[in-house]
Design a protein around this ligand. Structure first.
Ligand code: CXF
Length: 364
C-alpha cells in the first residue's frame, strides 16, 4: 500500500515527506494507521554524522493509532483496536521472561537497526530503493506503521488517541524509572536533573508516589515553572552555583534519597551523584554520553548508580497504568504535548531542540 512518511535521507538533511510503498503485514506483524507520533531525543540519533542510524530511514518511536490489519499468526491485538506503539523485544530471553524487556539482549537489533531481523525491507521509495521502517519496531513518523505483538499495546478507546504515543517511550521511561525501577515511596526525596518530557514524567510520578521533596533542575525557566505545576516542591536553575550543595541544604543537609538524570551530560551526572545522601540511588536514563566520571569516595559510602532502560517497564501493563492515572487526573502528561502536522516535522524538531516545546507530537 502507499503511505506518507517523513523520510530522513542524510544526517544533516531536513526530513522530506514522501510516498512509500509499504508491504502487507507478514507473519507476526501488525499494520497500524498512525494517529500521532511523539518526537523523542533518541530520534536525534539519526542526526549523528555517519551511519549510526542507517538511511534512508523513517524515524518515530512513540506512535499511537488504530490497527488496520494483522499478519498470519497474530492472536492479538485485532483490527479496530486502539494501540500505543512501544519498543520491541524478543519475549524469550531471560530478561524478557523476568519482566525486563528493555534489557532484552536484542534491544539494539530489534529497535535501532530499523530493519527486520530477516533483513528484508518492508518499504521502498519512489525508485524502488529500500527504506528502513523498523525503527523501534514501528517508524511512526508516517501515516501507517508495521509493528509486532510485542510492541503494539492495546489501550482503552475512551481517551484521546492522538496524544498517547509518548506513553510508549519518553513518558514511560520517566514515570516507570520512579515507580518501578527506583521504587520511590511516600516521604522519600528525589532530585530530577533535566525537565524535558522524561524528567517531567519523573516529577509527576514522584508526586504520585508521595515523595515529600521533589527538586527539579533545568536550564529553561519555562520548564522549571512547568515542573513546579506538575509537582516539584523546589526548582533550581542548572546555571546556578553549587547545585549539589543547594540540594543538600533543601534535604536536611544530608542529600536526597534518589536522583535521576535524563541529560546524559557528564558534569550533570556527577552533580546528581553528589546530591545523594549515603545509601542514595542515582538512576541514569540519558542517551548520548560516552563516559561518566564518578567520585569513588561517594560510592564507597554506600551510594548506588543505576543504569535504567525504558524505566524497567513492561509496556503492556505500564501503559494502561499511566492511562488510568491520567484519567484520575493524577498524571497530566498531555500538558507536555504540542501537536504539529507531520508536514511540519522540521519545525517541530527545531522547536524541541531549542527548548521552545517539550514534546512535539506529529499528526499525519
Ligand atoms: C532508548 C534509550 C537508549 C537505549 C535504547 C532505548 N529509549 C528510548 O528512546
Amino acid at each position: 500500500m502507499q503511505i506518507e512518511a517523513a523520510v530522513l535521507r542524510a544526517a544533516d538533511a531536513p526530513y522530506t515527506i514522501e510516498s512509500l510503498d509499504l508491504a502487507d503485514p507478514g507473519p507476526g506483524e501488525i499494520l497500524v494507521r498512525v494517529a500521532g507520533a511523539g518526537m523523542c531525543h533518541t530520534d536525534m540519533l539519526g542526526r549523528v554524522p555517519g551511519d549510526l542510524v542507517a538511511k534512508p530511514v523513517v524515524l518515530g518511536h512513540e506512535g499511537s493509532g488504530v490497527v488496520e490489519a494483522v499478519g498470519p499468526g497474530v492472536t492479538g491485538p485485532t483490527v479496530g483496536d486502539h494501540v500505543v506503539m512501544s519498543f520491541d523485544s524478543c519475549g524469550e530471553c531471560a530478561n524478557c521472561r523476568a519482566a525486563k524487556p528493555g534489557a532484552c539482549p536484542q534491544m539494539t537489533a530489534l529497535n535501532m537497526l530499523a530493519m527486520p531481523l530477516d533483513g528484508t525491507p518492508r518499504a521502498t521509495g519512489p525508485g524502488g530503493e529500500p527504506v528502513h521502517t523498523r525503527w523501534f519496531g514501528q517508524s511512526s513518523f508516517a501515516s501507517h506503521a508495521l509493528g509486532t505483538a510485542r510492541n503494539v499495546v492495546p489501550v482503552t478507546k475512551d481517551v484521546p488517541l492522538d496524544v498517547l504515543g509518548p506513553l510508549g517511550c519518553g513518558v514511560q521511561t520517566g514515570a516507570a524509572s520512579v515507580l518501578v525501577s527506583l521504587g520511590v515511596r511516600a516521604g522519600d526525596s528525589i532530585a530530577v536533573f533535566g525537565a524535558g518530557a522524561v524528567g517531567l514524567a519523573a516529577v509527576m510520578a514522584a508526586r504520585i508516589a508521595g515523595a515529600s521533596t521533589i527538586v527539579a533542575v533545568d536550564l529553561h525557566e519555562s520548564r522549571l515553572d512547568l515542573a513546579r505545576e506538575l509537582g516539584a516542591t523546589h526548582v533550581i536553575n542548572g546555571a546556578d552555583d553549587d547545585i549539589a550543595g543547594q540540594i543538600r541544604a533543601i534535604s536536611g543537609g544530608e542529600g536526597v534519597q534518589y536522583s535521576f538524570d535524563s541529560t546524559a551530560v557528564p558534569e550533570v551526572v556527577s552533580t546528581a551523584v553528589a546530591s545523594l545522601r549515603t545509601t542514595g540511588v542515582c538512576g541514569l536514563v540519558g542517551v548520548g554520553a560516552a563516559e561518566y566520571r564518578l567520585d569513588a569516595n561517594l560510592l564507597l559510602m554506600g551510594r548506588t548508580v543505576k543504569g535504567i532502560i525504558e524505566g524497567d517497564a513492561v509496556p503492556h501493563t505500564f501503559i494502561p497504568r499511566m492511562i488510568e492515572m491520567w484519567r484520575q487526573g493524577r498524571f497530566p502528561f498531555d500538558r507536555l504535548v504540542t501537536t504539529y502536522p507531520l508536514a511540519q516535522i522540521n519545525e517541530a524538531e527545531a522547536d524541541t531542540t531549542s527548548g521552545k516545546v517539550v514534546k512535539p507530537v506529529l499528526i499525519p
